[in-house]
Design a protein around this ligand. Structure first.
Ligand SMILES: Nc1nc2c(c(=O)[nH]1)N[C@H]1C(S)=C(S)[C@@H](COP(=O)(O)OP(=O)(O)OC[C@H]3O[C@@H](n4cnc5c(=O)[nH]c(N)nc54)[C@H](O)[C@@H]3O)O[C@H]1N2
Ligand SMILES: Nc1nc2c(c(=O)[nH]1)N[C@H]1C(S)=C(S)[C@@H](COP(=O)(O)OP(=O)(O)OC[C@H]3O[C@@H](n4cnc5c(=O)[nH]c(N)nc54)[C@H](O)[C@@H]3O)O[C@H]1N2
Ligand SMILES: [Mo]
Length: 770
C-alpha cells in the first residue's frame, strides 16, 4: 500500500498508527513501535473502515416511511428494505416525529439512555452529544449504571460509602503496590491479559502487562475460575477450578476456616467494621443450620475442600489482596459474590494496608491499578435533564414492555414511563443486552427507533431512521483514558464515508429544526479548542500550552504515575477510622447493612449469603441444559465493534464464533474440533464452531460476546453466526441492583449435521432510492 500519510489515532483499545493509501480513503493500521502490549483489535481497523456494512446515507425503513410511526413486526426483518434519503429529508422527518412524541406524550416518552461504548474521543463522544441535544430539546428518560459492574455500583456505596466506592476504582491498590508489598493475590475470576487491552477512552501505551510481570516476580497469584487459562501466563498463577456463579460458597468457606481456626483479625473487625459477629454466626451455621464448611462449598462449587482450607491459612499468614473481576457480579445474585469477597478481605484485617485488602477490577480493565486517576479530562457539557424518570440500564426491555409499571431498585420503586421514541447513539443493544428475542419484540412495540451508527449493526437493522456517523478515523478529536500518561490529538485520517457526518453536525441541524441550539455555532475545531481551554483553565489541571500549540504538538504528557501506598483507597480510614470515617451510616465497612436489610427485599438480606440461582440447581433448566456456558469479553475486538475485521475473523471457526468445549463434553456429544454445532438454551439457539480445550472445567463451555447477530435462517437457529445473547437470560441480578446477569447461562450443544446456512450478518440491508 502506498503510505502517503501516517496519522496517530485513538480507540478504546489504544493509540495506533494509520497509514493512508494514495487513494486517500483506504487505510492500513499498525501499533506504535513502543507500545509494550498492543491490542490485536488494531488489526480490524482496515477492513472496517470502508466495509460494505458502513452506513453511507441517511436511511429510513420503508414500513415506517410509508405507514408512519407505530408498533411494527417488520422491524428487524432481514428482508425489510431501507429507503436512502438526503439529510434534509431525514432530519425533517425526525424533527416532526420528535415534536409529535413530545407534544402528545410528554418528554419522558423519549428514551435517550443510549448505553454503549461508542468511540474514544472526548468531543465526539456519542452519548454526551445525544444527551446534550436531548436536554436542550426537552429532556429524556435516562439510564443509570452500566453492564460492566452494575450490581457493584449499587451495592458497594452501602458497604463502603460513595467515596469509598469511587476510591476503589480510582485509587485502588496498584500493580506497583502488589509488587512491593503483596505476598498473595487471590482473585475471583482470572486475570485476563486480553481484557487489559481495553480502557475507556484508551491509553497512550499499554503498561499493565509490564507492571503485572513485575508483580509476578515477587507475588504469588491464585485464580479461582472455571477456566485455567484466564490468568495470563506470565503470572504463573495457581488455579483452583470454581463453577461459574458459585463464588459466594468459596468465599464463605474461606471465612469458615478463618472463623473456626481463630485466624480472623478481631481487632480490625471491632474497630473498622460492623456486623462481624452476625456474619460469623451465619458462617458457622448458627442462623440457618448450614455450616459453610469447605466440604459444603466443594459440593456446590467443585473447588476441592482441602485446597480451600489450605488457601485460607495461607491468606491469613501474609499480606493478601482479594480481587474480584467484574464478570463475577454479572450473574444472578451477582452482588453477593462482591459482598462475600469484601467480607473475606475484612476478616483478614488488611483493608487499607499497602498491597492488602480488597480490589475490584484487576484483569477487567487496562487502567486498573496502573496510575492515579484524578478523574478530570476535557468534557462536553451535557446540560441539565428536566425529566426525572430513569431505569437501571439493563432493564430496557421492562421499560419498553411495561409502561406504567413499577420496578424495585436500590430500596425504592421506579415508575416506568410510556416510551414512544428511542434514540440510540454509540451503543449496540443487540450486542449488549440479554435474550435478544425479548429485546426484538420490545423494540417492535415502540413508535420510532432512531439509531446513529457507523455500521449496519443489528440495532441499526431494527431502526426506523438510521443516521450515518463519521468514524473516529474520519474526524479530529482529543483522547485520553483515566490515569493516562498523555492527552492525545486523534486526527482525521480520511474524509467521512459517503454522506456520513459528525454527530455534532447531525444533532446541531436536528436541534435547529426543533428551535434549539446544540453546537452554539462552533464546528469541531472550535469545540475542541473550547473543551481543551476549559480543561486547561480548571483548578487542578496540569501545566499545559494553549490549544494551537497542543494541536501542533499532537498531544500533551500528563503527570500520571504510580502512587504511594499511603494515597491508596482506605489507607486514611485504616489509620484513623474515627477521624476519617467511610461515608456509610456507621462510618465503617458494613459487613451487615441495616439499610439494605431495612429494604425488606425477598432476595437480598442484611449480609452476604449464598442464594442458589433460580435456573440452575434443581430447576428444569439444569436437566435439559446441562452445560454451563461462560459468555465473556472477546480477545480480538471490543464487544461487537469491527467484528468484520481481519483480527476478529482470524478467531472464527467455520466462519462462526467459536465455542470452547472440554474434550470430554465434546466426545460425549460426538463433536470434533472444527464442527459446526448448535448451542441451545431456554431462550434461543445459535450456530458456532467447536474448539476443544482442557483448560475448561468439565461441564463448562465458553464463548466470547460480540459476534454480529444473524437472524437470516431462523429455521436453523436464532443466530447462525454465534451472538451469545440469543442464549442468555434477561433476568436481573436482584431486586436491589437490577443489573445484567449475562455472564453465564445453561445450554446444551449438539453437532449440526444439516445444510449450513451462510453468514449474512455483515451484509447491509436492501437499500432502495426514493
Ligand atoms: N452476555 C453478555 N453480554 C454482555 C456482556 C457479557 O459479559 N456477557 N458484557 C456487557 C458489557 S460489560 C458491556 S460494556 C456491553 C457493551 O455493549 P456496547 O457498548 O453496546 O457494545 P459495542 O459493540 O461497543 O457498541 C458500540 C457501538 O457504537 C458504534 N459507534 C462507534 N463509534 C461511534 C460514534 O462515534 N457514534 C455513534 N453513534 N456510534 C458509534 C459502534 O459501531 C458500535 O455498534 O456489553 C454487555 N453485554
Ligand atoms: N479485548 C477486550 N477487552 C475488554 C473488553 C472487550 O470487549 N475486549 N471489554 C471491556 C469491558 S466493557 C469490560 S466491562 C471488561 C470486563 O471485564 P471482566 O468482566 O473481568 O471480563 P470477562 O472476560 O467477561 O470475564 C473474565 C473472566 O471471569 C470469569 N468468570 C465469569 N463468570 C465467573 C464466575 O461466576 N465466577 C468466577 N470465579 N469467574 C467467572 C470467566 O472465566 C472470564 O474469562 O473487559 C474490558 N476489556
Ligand atoms: Mo463493560
Amino acid at each position: 500500500m502506498d503510505t502517503g500519510r501516517s496519522v496517530e489515532t485513538s480507540a478504546h483499545w489504544g493509540t495506533f498508527l494509520v497509514d493512508v493509501a494514495a487513494d486517500g480513503a483506504s487505510v492500513a493500521a499498525r501499533p506504535h513501535a513502543d507500545d509494550p502490549d498492543a491490542a490485536p483489535a488494531i488489526g480490524n481497523a482496515a477492513a472496517a473502515h470502508r466495509h460494505p456494512s458502513r452506513v453511507a446515507r441517511p436511511s429510513v425503513r420503508r414500513g415506517w416511511l410509508e405507514d408512519g410511526p407505530g408498533a411494527d413486526d417488520r422491524r428487524g426483518d432481514p428482508d425489510e428494505p431501507y429507503v436512502e434519503v438526503d439529510w434534509d429529508t431525514a432530519l425533517d422527518l425526525l424533527a416532526a416525529e420528535y415534536r409529535r412524541v413530545r407534544s402528545t406524550y410528554g418528554d419522558a416518552a423519549v428514551f435517550g439512555g443510549s448505553y454503549g461504548w461508542g468511540s474514544a474521543g472526548r468531543l465526539h463522544h456519542a452519548q454526551s452529544q445525544l444527551h446534550r441535544f436531548l436536554n436542550r430539546t426537552g429532556g429524556y428518560t435516562r439510564s443509570v449504571g452500566d453492564y460492566s459492574r452494575g450490581a457493584s455500583l449499587v451495592l458497594l456505596p452501602h458497604l463502603l460509602g460513595a467515596d469509598g466506592t469511587l476510591a476503589l476504582r480510582r485509587r485502588p491498590v496498584s500493580w506497583q503496590h502488589v509488587a512491593d508489598h503483596t505476598d498473595l493475590v487471590v482473585t475471583f475470576g482470572g486475570l485476563r491479559r486480553s481484557n487489559t487491552w481495553v480502557v475507556p477512552g484508551g491509553h497512550a501505551r499499554h503498561r499493565g502487562s509490564d507492571l503485572a510481570r513485575g508483580a509476578a516476580a515477587t507475588t504469588h497469584f491464585v485464580a479461582l475460575s472455571a477456566q485455567r487459562d484466564d490468568a495470563w501466563d506470565e503470572l504463573g498463577a495457581e488455579w483452583i477450578g470454581v463453577m461459574p456463579g458459585t463464588d459466594v460458597t468459596v468465599a464463605l468457606a474461606l471465612l469458615h476456616v478463618l472463623v473456626t481456626e481463630g485466624l480472623a483479625d478481631e481487632e480490625f473487625l471491632a474497630t473498622h467494621c460492623v456486623g462481624a459477629e452476625e456474619v460469623a454466626a451465619y458462617v458457622r451455621g448458627e442462623s440457618d443450620g448450614v455450616p459453610k464448611t469447605p466440604e459444603w462449598a466443594e459440593a456446590i462449587s467443585r473447588a476441592p475442600a482441602a485446597a480451600l482450607r489450605d488457601l485460607a491459612r495461607r491468606m491469613a499468614a501474609g499480606r493478601t489482596l482479594v480481587n474480584v473481576v467484574y464478570a463475577v457480579q454479572r450473574g444472578e445474585a451477582g452482588e453477593q459474590a462482591v459482598w462475600a469477597a469484601l467480607t473475606l478481605a475484612a476478616f483478614l484485617g488488611q483493608v487499607g494496608l499497602p498491597g492488602g485488602g480488597f480490589a475490584h477490577g484487576f484483569g477487567s480493565m487496562g487502567d486498573y491499578g496502573v496510575g492515579l486517576d484524578d478523574g478530570r479530562l476535557p468534557v462536553v457539557d451535557q446540560g441539565r435533564n428536566p425529566v426525572p424518570d430513569l431505569i437501571p440500564c439493563a432493564r430496557i426491555v421492562d421499560l419498553l414492555t411495561s409502561p406504567g409499571g413499577e420496578l424495585p431498585f436500590d430500596g425504592g420503586v421506579l415508575r416506568l414511563p410510556d416510551v414512544r421514541l428511542v434514540h440510540w447513539a454509540g451503543g449496540n443493544p443487540f450486542h449488549h443486552h440479554q435474550d435478544l428475542r425479548r429485546l426484538r419484540s420490545a423494540f417492535r412495540g415502540v413508535d420510532t427507533l432512531v439509531v446513529d451508527e457507523t455500521h449496519w449493526t443489528a440495532t441499526a437493522r431494527h431502526a426506523d431512521v438510521v443516521l450515518p456517523v463519521a468514524s473516529s478515523l474520519e474526524r479530529d478529536d482529543v483522547a485520553a483514558g483515566a490515569g493516562d500518561t498523555r492527552l492525545r490529538v486523534s486526527r482525521a485520517a480520511t474524509a467521512p464515508y459517503g454522506e456520513a457526518r459528525e454527530e455534532l453536525w447531525i444533532l446541531g441541524r436536528l436541534a435547529e429544526r426543533l428551535g434549539a441550539d446544540h453546537d452554539e455555532g462552533l464546528d469541531a475545531r472550535g469545540w475542541l479548542e473550547r473543551i481543551y481551554e476549559e480543561w486547561r483553565a480548571a483548578p487542578g489541571s496540569p501545566p499545559a500550552p494553549d490549544f494551537a500549540r497542543f494541536w501542533a504538538d499532537g498531544g500533551l504528557d500528563l503527570p500520571a504515575s504510580p502512587y504511594p501506598p499511603e494515597d491508596a483507597a482506605f489507607a486514611a480510614f485504616r489509620a484513623d477510622p474515627v477521624g476519617a470515617p467511610l461515608g456509610t451510616p456507621s462510618g465503617r465497612i458494613e459487613l451487615v447493612s441495616s439499610t439494605i436489610g431495612g429494604f425488606g427485599l425477598p432476595d437480598v438480606g442484611r449480609h452476604a449469603r449464598w442464594r442458589p440461582p433460580t435456573a440452575w440447581w434443581g430447576a428444569t433448566d439444569a436437566a435439559t441444559y446441562p452445560l454451563h456456558l461462560l459468555c465473556n469479553q472477546p480477545t480480538h475486538r471490543l464487544h461487537s465493534q469491527h467484528d468484520m475485521g481481519a483480527a476478529s475473523a482470524s478467531t472464527k471457526v467455520a466462519g462462526r464464533e467459536p465455542v470452547r468445549l472440554h474434550p470430554a463434553d465434546a466426545a460425549a456429544r460426538g463433536i470434533a474440533a472444527g464442527d459446526v454445532v448448535r448451542v441451545r438454551s431456554a431462550q434461543g439457539s445459535l450456530l458456532a464452531g467447536a474448539v476443544l480445550s482442557d483448560a475448561l472445567m468439565v461441564g463448562v463451555a465458553q464463548m466470547h460476546t460480540g459476534a454480529w447477530f444473524d437472524p437470516s435462517a431462523p429455521e436453523v437457529a436464532d443466530c447462525v453466526h454465534g451472538n451469545v445473547n440469543v442464549l442468555t437470560r434477561d433476568v436481573p441480578t436482584s431486586t436491589l441492583t437490577q443489573a445484567t446477569s449475562g455472564a453465564h447461562v445453561l445450554v446444551e450443544v449438539e453437532r449440526h449435521d444439516g445444510p449450513v446456512p451462510p453468514v449474512r450478518a455483515f451484509e447491509p440491508p436492501v437499500l432502495v432510492g426514493r
